[in-house]
Design a protein around this ligand. Structure first.
Ligand code: RIB
Ligand code: CA
Length: 313
């Protein structure tokens, strides 16, 4: 089976960084065509810088990185320095990038890539707010049916919210964009907090990263050491939840995950529940299914895969 051609759309973010490293460590399964940065965890200049820091950390200064949208479609940007630190990649001390940002806008790269490849051959992997994806669909509606699959990290049902009582951060930042993506008709697979909160970097797992004994292993251990604070304080979690790496792990070993094909709608009106993914897990709404919403993950299998692959870089 040839590797899957993907575009990673991202707001690094320590967990985004690990997701990108896992993808770059898995060329048999994943062919990363490019990385598009979006404003989210930190403002766009930083997410575009961090994406390049990660590419150089992985020894891939050749990988094209594009800056996308710097604000949500119609709202003020909300960021998450309280989770990821001022730089968005707090933890390890990594050098500034020397590789250049591409001149093309990230939204245009998404459009051009989908138009220049056979229909059904490109997978989009959004790891942050869905602004770039929604803008691409708005600007070029013809590309929607060209998409093989959208595998995204975002939303929550049983876990409810991490940025408000009802909303997960990626969806909350740009609910209008999320509504466009979930209503687009493109095949959508969702890694919500229901799954990512089961992928916790326990002390043993963090030690396993360090024991890889490479700069990558150390950097990942330091990143997850840093960004676990928020979840430990809020949820009493036993380590940092590796949200975004669930997306790239799914592309490598989908059998690690299980979920349901259900209807998922996005709250875009009520201030009280703005950005909530209203997931009809029990099939009571009568609304047509539009997304595969994951509910469980084999955490041991996930971390074994992740640690093995990180050791390759
Ligand atoms: O809610 C978790 C998500 O928000 C992750 O993608 C994290 O990187 C932030 O973007
Ligand atoms: Ca992210």
């Amino acid at each position: 089976m040839p590797p899957r051609k993907i575009i990673i759309d991202t707001d690094p973010g320590q967990d985004d960084a690990v997701a990108i490293l896992l993808a770059l460590a898995s060329p048999e399964e994943i062919d990363v065509l490019g990385i598009t940065a979006v404003a989210g965890n930190v403002p766009l200049p930083l997410t575009a810088k961090n994406a390049r820091i990660i590419c150089e950390l992985a020894g891939r200064p050749d990988l094209p990185v594009f800056a996308g949208c710097d604000t949500p479609l119609s709202r003020k940007l909300v960021t998450a320095e309280h989770v990821h630190g001022k730089t968005g990649l707090d933890g390890p001390d990594l050098p500034d990038p020397t590789m250049e940002l591409q001149d093309t806008h990230g939204v245009d790269f998404i459009i051009d890539t989908l138009r220049s490849h056979p229909a059904g051959s490109i997978t989009l992997c959004p790891l942050g707010p869905l602004t770039n994806i929604a803008q691409a669909f708005n600007k070029a509606p013809d590309i929607v049916e060209m998409v093989q699959e959208i595998v995204l990290m975002g939303g929550a049902y049983f876990e409810v919210g991490n940025i408000t009582p009802t909303a997960e951060f990626n969806i909350y930042v740009d609910p209008e964009a999320a509504e466009i993506v979930f209503k687009s008709g493109a095949p959508v697979t969702v890694m919500p907090l229901d799954v990512t909160h089961k992928a916790l970097v326990t002390t043993e797992r963090n030690e396993a990263f360090r024991s890889i004994g490479t700069p990558i292993g150390l950097a990942v251990a330091q990143m997850t050491d840093f960004f676990e604070r928020f979840d430990k304080e809020k949820y009493g979690s036993n380590g940092a939840p590796l949200h975004d790496p669930c997306v790239t792990a799914y592309l490598i070993r989908p059998e690690l995950f299980s979920g349901r094909y259900i209807n998922v709608e996005i709250e875009t009106v009520s201030d009280l529940t703005l950005g909530m993914t209203v997931a009809d897990w029990w099939g009571v709404s009568g609304r047509p299914a539009n997304a595969t919403f994951m509910g469980d993950v084999d955490a041991e299998g996930f971390f074994t895969l992740l640690t093995e692959r990180l050791a390759r870089i």
